[in-house]
Write a protein that binds this ligand. Structure first.
Ligand code: HEM
Length: 254
């Protein structure tokens, strides 16, 4: 019985793979068979063109990439986006109700405590993973030509990741969040020439109040994610164009 069901399922999947609707996703008229077909599909298709047509076998070694920390960082970001959208349904960015809404998420909303903790830990782990990824790239020497620009993009990505953690820390508007916002405004105030201007942007007025919390909320849920996604697009595009770094071939035993 189960065999018949699996056979049927495999038949349906095989028919789907060769159906016009499926092939049109990949802008193909038939299934790729030869290497030339795969290379053509890679060039012509938005979904697969981010993947390299060819990659050196040694480059994909787990040990060489420190457990693919860049990929781990990327998936932690996806977890943050999904759990963050869940929290946005319940979190209220108002100085009167922010803390209570976080308490309600933790104590009253189904899966609220799990989602909030998932969001919090994914945020902490993303900073750690991005740092380990940077270490991996450094010790591989993968910052050298032609990847210097991608290293700089990487540094910007790391700063945004850290700033994500800091801006998220402010949003519950508890004692910690309130004074973190105060410290940020005072640090900004110390910036030469533009200090007063940056401080007024962060405060949204003369003192810590409703506009302050709203501005950190917009920074956390819109400005930083947009900046990170744009830079990640450039990061991945450069990995693709620079080609993935290849470790030196193993030395032959004398
Ligand atoms: C949000 C943070 C980041 C994400 C999501 C990310 C993602 C990735 C991914 C998926 C790869 C390819 C696979 C891998 O090596 O694991 C990669 C490669 C690379 N990343 Fe990042 N990255 C981030 C931050 C950084 C940082 C902080 C740096 C350096 C300061 C950096 C520099 C590079 C370079 C140079 C490569 C090419 C490595 C090679 O060719 O061997 N990235 N990144």
């Amino acid at each position: 019985m189960i065999d018949k069901f699996i056979d049927k399922l495999l038949l349906i999947l095989r028919d789907l793979r060769s159906s016009r609707a499926w092939l049109s996703i990949f802008r193909r008229s038939n299934l790729p068979r030869t290497e030339a077909d795969y290379l053509a599909m890679n060039r012509r298709n938005f979904w697969v063109h981010v993947l390299p047509a060819k990659i050196n076998r040694r480059s994909v070694k787990f040990s060489y990439n420190w457990m693919w920390m860049g990929v781990v960082t990327f998936w932690l970001f996806i977890i943050l986006v999904l759990s963050g959208v869940f929290l946005m349904f319940y979190y209220v960015p108002s100085i009167e109700r922010a803390f209570d809404s976080v308490l309600a998420i933790v104590n009253a909303v189904s899966f609220g405590r799990f989602m909030r903790n998932l969001h919090k830990w994914a945020g902490e782990l993303m900073i750690l993973a991005a740092f380990l990824h940077m270490m991996a790239v450094f010790f591989k020497g993968a910052y050298q030509e032609p990847r210097e620009f991608n290293w700089i993009i990487g540094v910007l990505l790391l700063l945004i990741t850290i700033f994500f953690g800091f801006s998220g820390y402010i949003l519950p508007w508890d004692q910690l969040g309130y004074y973190a916002a105060a410290i940020a405004a005072n640090i900004a105030d110390g910036t030469p020439f533009i200090g007063k201007f940056v401080k007024s942007i962060l405060l949204g007025g003369g003192q810590l109040d409703q506009p302050t919390l709203l501005r950190w909320y917009v920074i956390h849920v819109f400005i930083l994610p947009t900046a990170l996604l744009l830079l990640l697009g450039v990061h991945f595009w450069r990995i693709r164009k620079d080609g993935y770094s290849v470790p030196a071939p193993p030395e032959e035993d004398e």
